[in-house]
Design a protein around this ligand. Structure first.
Ligand code: FAD
Ligand code: NAD
Length: 475
């Protein structure tokens, strides 16, 4: 194996592995170093996303939702299935199979694009040298014209609720549970709290979510957040806002949680406690002294808008740099950097990064919330279309939620699109594309949408912005 490369990528998650593949496509010699190990000790590319995040969570969300629908919804369709049961071990086995196929897929993609895969630890030394430590502890020094840091993130650990498996666990632990806890506590009503809380709630856990902030989904459009809160309450997710956890103690086979809210101090006893209070950038043993790479006050690697660090030829992408901690954001940064290194055009439009929460109903948005537009002082118009008026959503027995389009009053530019309802995560792609092309609401209005599809809701919401919706009453 060569000791010298055009590009070395440290980290093989959804930011690092696409960077390596694109570098290979650009005919650069490239190595990708990754140290992720699963519980059985085996190495696997794919980082948090494929091994312990996006993919396993979606696998369990799908299984638990199918169980829930078979139990609660099939009778409405006239389908008789008798007693519906589930088998957690089989759900976990299916999930593990999906994860394995996905991570092995990366190894195959690396081979196809000429990426040298190195499993072990990478450390940046001054002068674009990289120390690689293999599984057996042997060390080699590699050099590169460019180094891309993609070391990702790890869960935040709270002093008041330190991890103590199997009782106090992080999101990975919550994805690996072998039985349904009778009482599940979750700290944090963010994306992980809602998705994993939903999985175990659908399978029968009594789920209590403690959220420190007084507002639910504070980062989302508040009309959408209100609608979401209503549905989650109906599903039995007990979300307590303004709840500040002060202690969590394992006692026997349970966890005693103490929290304070506006009404005083409360105790909550649960069987398992998931801490989902955010993630922090991970740069442990990544940077030797004198590399010239700086961290900001929150521990993120400092970069400019093209992901250049302060050190010549050293770049950083994904969760270890500023911006939303999302797989698709990291992927676009990785691809941009690999193209810039090859002298090609590369740009990430940070204003059009979609956010999706894979609950039921699903939640997705892009661009500004109504609150943000209002605060900007720009005059605007809003169109909302309820899925109740969508023939396809009704046929699917999923006529919940709405699509909302916010456009500027002056030039009609689309400023934000917010969807809560069936397949919102798929529907948002049209809005992202529209905003990428600086489309107006009229552009969406004049685009033909197939009937009957869920996408008609986005079309009708755009029409509603000018009070010209056909399938719902304009307000
Ligand atoms: P990571 O995926 O964390 O990968 C970094 C890799 O670098 C790891 O393999 C790590 O071991 C390796 N590494 C670090 N340091 C070194 C070193 N010095 N040497 C060698 N290797 C090193 N995002 C979405 O967009 N959609 C979702 O649906 C979604 N669901 C999620 C669900 C859960 C439960 C969680 C926890 C996260 C989810 N995310 C989701 C977030 C997503 O997983 C992250 O944004 C994404 O993985 C970040 O990619 P990354 O490549 O920057 O970092
Ligand atoms: P998050 O930032 O989405 O939510 C954390 C929540 O915990 C916040 O609401 C915060 O106010 C609350 N919190 C923080 N400290 C607390 C405390 N001491 N007590 C009570 N509440 C507290 O973070 P997350 O849900 O842990 O997810 C981490 C990252 O992973 C996010 O950046 C997210 O983007 C990403 N992720 C994305 C997806 C997706 O795209 N579908 C899914 C899962 C995770």
């Amino acid at each position: 194996m060569a000791d010298s490369f055009d590009v070395i990528v440290i980290g093989g998650g959804p930011a690092g592995y696409p960077a390596a593949i694109r570098a290979g496509q650009n005919k650069l010699s490239v190595a990708c170093i990754d140290e992720w190990r699963n519980h059985d000790g085996s190495y696997a590319f794919g980082g948090t996303c494929l091994n312990a995040g996006c993919i396993p969570s979606k696998a369990l969300l799908e299984s638990s939702e199918l169980y829930h629908r078979a139990r609660e919804e099939f009778a409405v369709h006239g389908i008789k299935v008798g007693d519906v049961g589930f088998d957690v071990a089989q759900m976990q086995k299916r999930k593990a199979g999906i994860v394995k196929a996905s991570t092995q897929g990366i190894t195959a993609l690396f081979k196809a694009s000429g990426v040298t895969a190195l499993q072990g630890h990478g450390k940046l030394l001054p002068g674009r040298r990289v120390q690689f430590t293999a599984a057996d502890g042997s060390k080699r020094e590699l050099t590169a014209k460019h180094v891309i840091l993609a070391s990702g993130s790890v869960p935040v650990e709270l002093k008041v609720a330190p991890f103590k498996a199997p009782h106090v666990i992080d999101s990975w632990g919550a994805l690996e549970l072998e039985a349904v806890p009778k009482r599940l506590g979750v700290i944090g009503a963010g994306v992980i709290g809602l998705e994993l809380g939903s999985v175990w709630r659908r399978l029968g856990s009594e789920v209590t979510v403690l959220e420190a902030l007084p507002d639910f989904l504070a980062m989302a459009d508040q009309q959408l957040a209100k609608e979401a809160a209503r549905h989650f309450k109906k599903q039995g997710l007990d979300i307590r806002l303004g709840a500040k956890v002060s202690a969590a103690k394992v006692s026997g086979d349970a966890v005693e949680v103490t929290y304070e809210d506006g009404k005083g101090t409360h105790k909550l006893t649960v069987d398992r406690l998931v801490v989902a209070a955010g993630r922090r950038p991970f740069t442990g043993d990544l940077l030797a002294d004198g590399t010239g790479v700086a961290l900001d006050e929150r521990g993120f690697i400092k970069v400019d808008e093209h992901c250049r660090t302060g050190a010549e030829g050293v770049w950083a992408v994904g969760d270890c740099v500023r911006g939303p901690m999302l797989a698709h954001k990291g992927k676009e940064e990785g691809v941009m950097v690999a193209d810039l290194i090859a002298g090609r055009y590369g740009e990430v439009n940070y204003r059009t990064i979609p956010a999706v929460i894979y609950t039921t109903p699903e939640i997705a948005w892009v661009g500004l919330t109504e609150e943000q537009v209002k605060a900007s002082g720009r005059t605007y118009k809003v169109g909302v279309f309820p899925f109740l008026a969508s023939g396809r959503a009704r046929a699917m027995e999923q006529a919940q939620g709405f699509a909302k389009v916010i456009a500027a009053q002056d030039d009609d530019e689309i400023l934000g699109v917010h969807i809560i309802g069936p397949m919102a995560g798929e529907l948002i792609a049209e809005a992202v594309l529209a905003m990428e092309y600086s489309a107006s609401s009229e552009d969406l209005q004049r685009t033909i949408h197939a009937h009957p599809t869920l996408s008609e809701a986005v079309h009708e919401a755009a029409l509603a912005a000018d009070k010209r919706a056909i399938d719902s009453i304009n307000r």
